[in-house]
Write a protein that binds this ligand. Structure first.
Ligand code: XCC
Ligand code: SF4
Length: 663
């Protein structure tokens, strides 16, 4: 008995590392090569249980104060859990939670600021190679900012928009301009609660102030500031990043691409761009196609230059140029393990410092490019914002020069999968309504009629504490099987791509009959790839457009919709999750939840917020149960809209039709 228990326990501590065969192949190779990976380090270092539940405060040097929950229910509950300064467990977990929001909102928004600065310089004609690619979108943004589009030329409009957009970061009072794209009723909710964001930087700084020792010590008041900052991310920094990038580099339209480590080539110079900002990668795309550089590559014995992406940068250049994706977050070390990667170019966010160590075992050159993100020991070629093509050429040349240093035979996994990506809010509009009558009406009608049960946003990271890609795929397959159309971004989107879910053919294979019928008619996959993590703002805009189209209530919180990040790990995910909650969406996280150390706060986030914001958090480890809870929420919203009957009827129709077909 004891033996069996032990065996079970052993099995439990050794779950599958990944469901991605290409990744498993490289994990095995790393073992043979004697290379330590994130998977090995996770095994060697278990997470701190007190930190994982948010019960540790280190905001001053009288601590750190560790306030673990009582081991058994009831035990020690009469004793108030407080830190040395008297801060309660509610205060401590709330402070920790909103500091995560600050970290995430800062990452997205500082990315957005970088884009705004480059946009303004480009508008002034100061950056060769950059200009306005999407005029339509520029005019739209100009109107949001109240720029007089009638009497100015395109360049003047772009300069004005650039200046006004950049000013949103440092704004001290008033309301963020972009947040006015939300449905009117939603804006009223924010005003009533006093959480309408003022300026992007201000909200983030105020979190750091309020969470300093001895400042804000009321958990609800702390969470309200978290809400303000998260909204400043989603409806501010991220939305501006997306819009300005679209204007500069083009709004994505559906394009085919391929994904997984199998996109690497053994006879070409392989370059991976890894990170988040498309500013440099756009120019690396150009440089990698320059005839003189291709000639240089050939002179070194390579057949050409093969560029691929990783993490969110990959989503950006796949959506805009069809450049293949080598993999998602947990594959960054594995790409190096192939032994055929000549250079990995990184900018900011989600780059594990270990890529440098792994690269030491092979020949790969890690090149950092952002003054904000260096890696000790790695080569640094700083991105010259005012002459991006020169930097890009220098970097591509460095990669080419590294090609002859490949050591012995590499091994490239055979797996790669075709995908169709690039579903911006605009393309969904066109696809459904046609170029001249762009509209969400067909989508709304299909939701109202019940063919589509609802909408789910499934986004976020990989997390080494759970099986790579498994929760994403299990959850998403279950949702589409139940006629819920899925919008996806980030590393979740890449998991879908690798599993073939981003192909129109996936509808017939995986989707329920109602959703499959709609997908087949329009020619779209049941899972729509909407971009990188800052592009979660595209989901906000799509949701607002669905509300404005009519028939599904008058606020995002009325929609039969839900969100999830089953494998989240980064602070950015917390910010994204919280701006979805604050926009009225039921949002579920997997793996762990960072406030479970405090029941009062967790109850407030999971239940209390619904009454205030219409949206609320949840935490479910099992992806199938997660799907059930999301579907239950969608059904609850359908019922509130009086649409439960419609769906019953449609299901009956489908069943009848199948019966008729069978005859
Ligand atoms: Fe990073 Fe953006 Fe998370 Fe992936 S999904 S691990 S944040 S790359 Ni953004
Ligand atoms: Fe401890 Fe209070 Fe200092 Fe936090 S702020 S470390 S709870 S004394």
């Amino acid at each position: 008995m004891a033996d069996e228990k032990k065996k079970l326990k052993e099995e439990k501590v050794k779950p599958l590392l990944t469901v991605c065969d290409a990744s498993q192949e490289m994990i095995d190779k790393a073992k043979t090569d004697g290379v330590s990976l994130v998977f090995d380090r996770a095994e060697a270092m278990k997470p701190c249980p007190i930190g994982a539940e948010g019960s540790c405060c280190k905001n001053c040097s009288m601590g750190p104060c560790r306030l673990p929950a009582p081991k058994k229910k009831g035990e020690g509950e009469e004793k108030k859990r407080v830190g040395v300064c008297g801060a309660t467990i509610e205060t401590i977990t709330a402070r920790n939670f909103i500091r995560m929001i600050a970290g995430g909102a800062a990452a997205h928004s500082d990315h957005g600021r970088g884009v705004a600065e480059v946009f303004l310089a480009a508008a002034k004609g100061e950056i060769p190679g950059y200009g306005v690619k999407d005029e339509q979108k520029l005019y739209q943004l100009a109107m949001d900012f109240g720029v007089d589009v009638e009497n100015l030329d395109t360049q003047e409009i772009a300069v004005k928009v650039g200046e006004l957009a950049l000013a949103e970061w440092g704004k001290q009072e008033g309301e963020l301009v972009m947040a006015k794209r939300a449905p009117l009723k939603r804006q009223e909710v924010w005003r009533k609660l006093g959480v309408f964001p003022r300026g992007i930087d201000r909200e983030i700084v105020e979190i750091m102030h309020r969470t300093h020792m001895g400042v804000d010590q009321d958990y609800k008041n702390l969470i309200a500031q978290g809400t303000r900052a998260a909204l400043a991310d989603g409806w501010g920094g991220s939305l501006l990043a997306t819009d300005l990038q679209d204007i500069l580099f083009g709004t994505p339209v559906p394009v085919r691409g391929s994904i997984n480590l199998g996109v690497l080539k053994d006879d070409e110079v392989n370059i991976i761009v890894h990170g988040h900002e498309p500013l440099l990668s756009e120019m690396i795309v150009v440089a990698s196609q320059e005839p003189e550089l291709i000639k240089l590559a050939k002179s070194k014995g390579a057949k050409g230059i093969n560029l691929a992406g990783m993490c969110c940068t990959a989503n950006e250049i796949l959506m805009r140029h069809g450049i293949p994706i080598a993999g998602n977050f947990l594959q960054q070390e594995l790409a190096i393990v192939t032994g055929v990667l000549d250079a990995m170019i990184v900018d900011v966010q989600c780059e594990m410092q270990s890529i440098h160590d792994v690269a030491q075992c092979y020949h790969t050159e890690i090149i950092t490019t952002s003054p904000k993100a260096k890696i000790s020991g790695a080569r640094h070629i700083e991105f010259e914002e005012h002459n991006p093509i020169a930097t890009a050429k220098e970097i591509v040349t460095a990669a080419i020069e590294n090609y002859p240093r490949r050591k012995g035979q590499g091994k490239i996994p055979s797996q790669k999968c075709d995908t169709v990506v690039g579903f911006s809010h605009e393309t969904i509009n066109y696809l459904l309504g046609g170029m001249f009558r762009a509209s969400y009406k067909p989508l709304n009608d299909n939701i109202i009629g019940g063919r589509i049960r609802g909408i789910a946003g499934v986004v976020g990271c990989n997390n080494v504490r759970t099986t790579h890609d498994q929760a994403h795929l299990t959850l998403i397959k279950e949702l589409i099987k139940n006629d819920v159309i899925v919008l996806t971004t980030g590393c979740a989107a890449m998991a879908c791509g690798k599993a073939g879910l981003l192909l129109p053919e996936a509808a017939a294979k995986y989707a329920g009959s109602g959703l499959a019928e709609v997908c087949e008619t329009v020619g779209i996959p049941p899972v729509l790839h909407m971009g990188s993590c800052v592009d979660n703002s595209r989901i906000l805009i799509a949701a607002s457009a669905v509300v404005k189209e009519g028939g599904l209530g008058d606020d995002i919180s009325d929609l039969p919709a839900a969100g999830a990040a089953p494998e989240w790990m980064s602070e950015k995910a917390v910010s994204i999750g919280h701006y979805f909650v604050a926009s009225g969406v039921y949002t579920v996280f997997g793996t762990t939840f960072p406030t479970t150390g405090c029941e009062v706060l967790t109850n407030y986030l999971f239940k209390g917020l619904e009454a205030e914001l219409g949206g609320m958090w949840d935490f479910v480890e099992d992806p199938l149960e997660m799907a059930q809870k999301m579907i239950a929420h969608i059904d609850k919203k359908r019922k509130a809209l009086g649409l439960d009957k419609a769906r019953e009827r449609v299901l009956y129709d489908m069943a009848m039709r199948r019966e008729m077909e069978a005859v």
